[in-house]
Design a protein around this ligand. Structure first.
Ligand SMILES: Nc1ncnc2c1ncn2[C@@H]1O[C@H](COP(=O)(O)OP(=O)(O)OP(=O)(O)O)[C@@H](O)[C@H]1O
Ligand SMILES: N[C@@H](CCO)C(=O)O
Length: 325
């Protein structure tokens, strides 16, 4: 359960006096998520989400994340909105953590998405990329090559505890990625964590995107590769070509992928597999036993990485025509 910081009713009531949201009627910690502490609040007016920002969120980045939600919502993307306090600020403090109140988004995330859902995710990702245009703030991706290297330095010595030989394998992979990482692909604001638990559906219809706390400026096609990894593999580790095709077609219908973006997919997928492998590995090695959070399996991403190494052409991801390869 991801409640790292507990709150008391008195502190919460005190916090809420800074907002115009009615009277608190109930609140509870939300079990899902691994990054921040989230609470569902009910007030005499509306349900709300309270987020306390934890270890991976730099306070200096919060204006980017909260401002981005406002920017995207103003351009028609369905996503939660941060609520302003009476003094206009979007951010406050509770139990010693930076904290914000966020509007409640209706819907549920899908435990067993099908190809038609993957198509909608592709479309929504592309819409987000287009809607991000014109957002004034910038945030370089802290979890790109340099960030991976520093995470790896913190975990490498113990990596073989998780699987013998990992130290050598990941060291070589990082050297490969450093040499091959694309430099000139179209870039803008990306979500960077659009996993299943961050996409809500009402019935079969996508109702919105949440959790913009890894959003940053980076290559659009890198975000596509994150979604291929998160949405198009089955529990047994197999890549689902039908889902991959649907996700890519959905994206391409809204924002056509350039030949150089298509061509770069295998290396981008390797990079995004390494990114999630490394954060999971770090958490695996450092989260204390008994912590109220479900640790995610790093080896799932190692298997995905190995699959991407076997890919000879982007066509194997389900792209219909590979041009310029
Ligand atoms: N605006 C919202 N409206 C409705 N439910 C929400 C909202 N924000 C968060 N939730 C609920 O809280 C859960 C965790 O939220 P979120 O994914 O933002 O947390 P996190 O710790 O950042 O997670 P992650 O592990 O995906 O990074 C979601 O799965 C959802 O159930
Ligand atoms: N989506 C991430 C966790 C949140 O950063 C993962 O599955 O590793």
């Amino acid at each position: 359960m991801a409640v790292y910081t507990d709150i008391t009713e008195d502190d919460l009531k005190d916090f809420l006096t800074q907002y115009d949201v009615g009277e608190l009627t109930s609140y509870k910690g939300i079990a899902e998520g691994v990054e921040n502490s989230n609470f569902l609040l009910h007030t005499s007016r509306e349900p709300l989400i309270l987020t306390l920002y934890e270890k991976r969120v730099e306070k200096a980045d919060l204006p980017f994340f909260l401002g981005l939600m406002q920017h995207l919502a103003a351009r028609g993307l369905s996503c939660p909105l941060p609520l302003p306090r009476k003094d206009g600020a979007l951010l406050g403090e509770l139990s010693g953590r930076p904290a914000a109140l966020i509007s409640f988004l209706e819907g549920m995330w899908l435990r067993k998405p099908e190809a038609r859902h993957c198509r909608e995710v592709g479309q929504a990702l592309a819409r987000m990329h287009l809607a991000g245009e014109g957002f004034a703030l910038k945030r370089p991706n802290a979890l790109s090559l340099e960030g991976w290297k520093s995470l790896w330095q913190k975990s490498a010595a113990r990596a073989d505890e998780v699987e013998p030989g990992l130290r050598e394998e990941i060291g070589a992979e990082l050297a490969f990625l450093e040499g091959q990482w694309p430099q000139d692909l179209p870039a803008g604001v990306i979500h960077a964590d659009l996993f299943q638990d961050n996409v809500f559906f009402l019935g079969d219809e996508l109702s919105g995107l949440i959790d913009f706390y890894f959003a940053c400026n980076d290559m659009f096609a890198y975000d596509v590769s994150i979604c291929l990894n998160a949405w198009c593999f089955e529990k047994d580790g197999a890549y689902n070509l039908t889902k991959g095709m649907a996700l890519l077609e959905g994206y391409d219908a809204v924002r056509p992928l350039l030949p150089q973006e298509r061509q770069a997919l295998p290396v981008l997928c390797r990079g995004s597999a390494v990114r999630f492998f490394l954060t999971r590995l770090y958490d695996w090695l450092t989260t204390p036993e008994g912590a109220l959070v479900v640790k995610k399996d790093p080896l799932e991403y190692l298997r995905k990485l190995r699959f991407h190494r076997s890919i000879a052409s982007s066509v194997e991801y389900g792209l219909k025509v590979e041009t310029g390869a």
